[in-house]
Design a protein around this ligand. Structure first.
Ligand code: MTE
Length: 325
């Protein structure tokens, strides 16, 4: 999510920001060069790569959970696997070939922090043990105002939370992507706060929609889509859906996510899809369907209000703006 307009960074926010963070942002801006999102996909030599990962999990395609239906056609598989955001491999949408060197099998995942027993285990073993594999159709809405509709395979995140047995004081789950600048050259760009981090409240993590995807289109995830295991939170903007997770940390401190560190006034912790809160570069009232180019109205919570609004009401959140920051 690069920035096309320098000006938005240099508004009052800069004055209120600690100098080290501000300098870090300025270096980042300079180096990022505002090449920007919304340049459109560059589809040279396209073709999805099913190079992953958790292939040891049998049973693909998993039975579809029919609770989750779509109001639009499923996005073409080639589009969904060649138009990606994965900044570890660069800032263009066309990074799928660059992810080829990533080895997503074997893969270890650590569960730590405020849990009964900290552990590090093989991702295949983890998925096997937490159980609940299934396929779900979800809308997928990026803050850049494009969207897709994707058949994800995986397990409910709630199953991982249950497996981890967090202590009563744990309020958040912080997730972290791998760190390896040798295979992910984007991580050599020191103005980004690597590794990529995201977080959810425990309530959000156990919400029925929160999903750990291990596959897409009835097959293991290709690297560019976050192999071997990534988050999918369809009521939030896509940047919350952290890819290639290596660590789940249960904590009582609200995690500061990758994009939030760079631009807290632009990328909120909650980041719930909200057509009423415009982003400085992307008005949010409508979205472009990747593949067809059709523009459709954006819905509050990306259309998942029925599943999540009670959860926020129970937290006492009534101001819709809080649902973004
Ligand atoms: N996770 C990591 N580790 N690195 C990233 O750059 N990009 C995010 C999210 N997860 C990102 C990430 C953004 S901005 C979006 S919109 C989605 O991944 C894109 O997922 P997709 O490429 O599968 O459509």
């Amino acid at each position: 999510m690069l920035f096309k307009l320098r000006q938005s960074w240099e508004l009052p926010e800069a004055a209120a920001t600690p100098e080290d963070i501000y300098m870090n942002r300025r270096q980042w801006l300079k180096a990022a060069g505002f090449t920007g999102l919304g340049l459109g996909a560059l589809f040279a030599g396209r073709g999805p790569l099913a190079s992953s990962a958790l292939a040891a999990i049998g049973g693909y395609p998993f039975a579809r959970n029919k609770t989750y239906t779509l109001d639009r056609a499923i996005t073409d598989e080639v589009e969904a696997t060649t138009y990606n955001n994965f900044y570890e491999f660069g800032s263009s949408k066309n990074i799928w070939k660059k992810t080829r060197n990533m080895k997503s099998d074997p893969w270890t995942v650590t569960i730590d922090g405020m849990v009964e027993t900290e552990m590090t285990l093989d991702a295949t073993d983890l998925i096997d043990r937490i159980g609940g594999t299934q396929e779900r159709l979800y809308r997928h809405r990026c803050v850049e105002a494009w969207s897709m509709a994707i058949p994800w395979s995986g397990v409910p995140l709630a199953n991982l939370v249950k497996f981890a047995r967090p202590g009563a004081g744990a309020r958040y789950v912080r997730m972290e992507t791998f760190m390896n600048p040798v295979i992910a050259p984007g991580q050599k760009q020191s103005w980004y706060p690597w590794p990529y981090v995201e977080g959810l409240t425990i309530d959000e993590a156990v919400n029925e929609l929160a999903f750990l995807a291990t596959g897409i289109y009835g097959k293991p995830l290709p690297n560019q889509n976050g192999a071997p295991i990534r988050l999918v939170t369809p009521w939030k903007y896509g940047f919350k859906s952290i890819k290639s997770i290596v660590r789940f940390t249960f904590t009582d401190e609200r995690p500061v996510s990758f994009w939030e560190q760079l631009a807290p006034t632009e990328y909120g912790f909650w980041a719930n899809v909200n057509p009423g809160i415009p982003h400085p570069r992307w008005p949010q009232r409508t979205e472009r369907l990747v593949g067809t180019g059709q523009r459709v109205p954006t819905q509050m919570f990306n259309g998942y209000g029925e599943q999540v609004s009670d959860m926020y009401a129970a937290l006492g959140i009534t101001d819709p703006r809080e649902l973004y920051y």
